[in-house]
Design a protein around this ligand. Structure first.
Ligand code: SF4
Length: 390
């Protein structure tokens, strides 16, 4: 029982981290461009952003490398109109709305799910879609709607829950489906005008489900190196080293750093469940990135009875973010969180204006919780004074 957690210790070993940083430092002079402008390396996933901030990895890296924080947080890219639609569902008297904790605090245009709950809506926090299905079994007189969101990481468990509901013929369970897919979202970032990125850390947990193939086609099409990356500090540092090694050698390939979890072909049962229940959806909107072809999924006709949007009248709303909110720019990596005028002022984790300050994977929450807040706010003031003077 008192065995040390070797795995965690090993992936947080300071000596190994130092050796990797030395290796990175040795590679940099080989990259001519790094001497003119810093390398722009994007970590797509909010989980990576939090590891980077929690362990201070950015401060350990040599000059010449800039980490750009990407849109890989499903709560963060959820448009305000979808939150409003979910609140409208939750406020129906017959509905129990079940969702993950993060999603409860995301601001809609008038209220969050948490505020709707305070006003009397029956909103329950769950840890998995199976918990929502258990609620449906327990309350056959109510309609249980699961607020389904996430990239391919959470999609298999949602799909398997729908299959279980179908198998048990549970009729009072449905999904408000907001699942999105990773590859089109990365492509949307790369297609953003003016976006300059030299390489990607790709999300290891998504790779565990979809395998390496979808990343490979992006790397080939855009000529961008990618490394599928785990979530411990040494995973990130090793992946950065692998990425920079590719750039130094002029390669643009997909490499798999997270080999202890990710297989080339992904997870076959998970992929089968996803393909059985979901189909690509061409009109999915993402905050900051707009409408991206086939980035979303919807429930297939054969499982339409589990689709909350076909069972209930759900408002189809497009709501702009408040003028002060620059979540879209942060999601695209165009600005850093502290460059948003609301950061640390009208937007804090206690009173969030945007989703990126709510989610445990949001870039703004990472900067706020783990960054040097006084220094970031001083930089923000300086930038604002500079803008006002010019
Ligand atoms: S500080 Fe708040 S409003 Fe600004 S980008 Fe971040 S989450 Fe959005």
């Amino acid at each position: 029982m008192n065995q040390p957690l070797h795995l965690i210790d090993e992936f947080r070993d300071p000596a190994k981290a130092g050796a990797l940083i030395d290796d990175i430092r040795r590679l940099l002079p080989r990259i001519e461009r790094a001497r003119q402008s810093p390398l722009q390396l994007m970590e797509f996933c909010g989980g990576h952003t939090h590891t980077i901030f929690r362990y201070g990895l950015e401060q350990l890296l040599p000059e010449g490398i800039e980490l750009v924080h990407g849109p890989g947080c499903p709560v963060c890219v959820l448009p305000r109109g979808r939150v409003d639609a979910c609140v409208a569902l939750a406020e129906r008297p017959e509905v129990i709305l079940a969702t993950f904790g993060d999603a409860m605090r995301v601001p809609g245009s008038h209220k969050s799910l948490l505020q709707a709950k305070a006003e009397g809506a029956d909103v329950r926090m769950v840890y998995s879609p199976l918990d929502a299905l258990a609620l449906a079994r327990k309350h056959p007189e109510r309609q249980v709607v699961f607020f389904a969101l996430g990239f391919e990481t959470t999609m298999p468990s949602t799909a398997l829950t729908v299959l279980a509901a179908a198998h048990e013929q549970i009729e009072n369970f449905s999904l408000f489906c907001n699942h999105i897919t990773t590859a089109p979202t990365i492509q949307a970032v790369l297609d953003t005008p003016g976006m300059v990125l030299d390489g990607f850390l790709a999300p290891g947990h998504v790779g565990m489900v979809i395998g390496t193939g979808p990343f490979r086609s992006i790397a080939e099409r855009y000529r961008k190196p990618m490394v599928i990356t785990g979530f411990e500090p040494l995973d990130i540092l090793q992946s950065l080293w692998m990425l920079i090694k590719q750039i130094a050698a002029g390669r643009a390939e997909v490499e798999n750093q997270y080999q202890r979890v990710v297989r080339r072909d992904g997870n076959a049962p998970g992929l089968t469940a996803m393909a059985t229940v979901f189909e690509p959806h061409s009109t999915c909107q993402l905050r900051g990135l707009g409408s991206i072809g086939e980035s979303g999924v919807r429930i297939r006709d054969s499982y339409a009875r589990f689709d909350a949007e076909r069972r209930f009248k759900v408002p189809d709303l497009t709501i702009a973010d408040p003028a002060a909110c620059q979540c879209g720019e942060v999601i695209k990596g165009a600005i850093r969180p502290w460059q948003c005028q609301a950061f640390g002022n009208s937007c804090t984790p206690q009173a969030p204006l945007g989703a990126l300050m709510v989610s445990s994977e949001g870039a703004c929450a990472a900067y706020y919780n783990y960054g040097n807040l006084p220094e970031l706010l001083a930089r923000q003031r300086q930038a604002q004074q500079g803008a006002a003077a010019s």
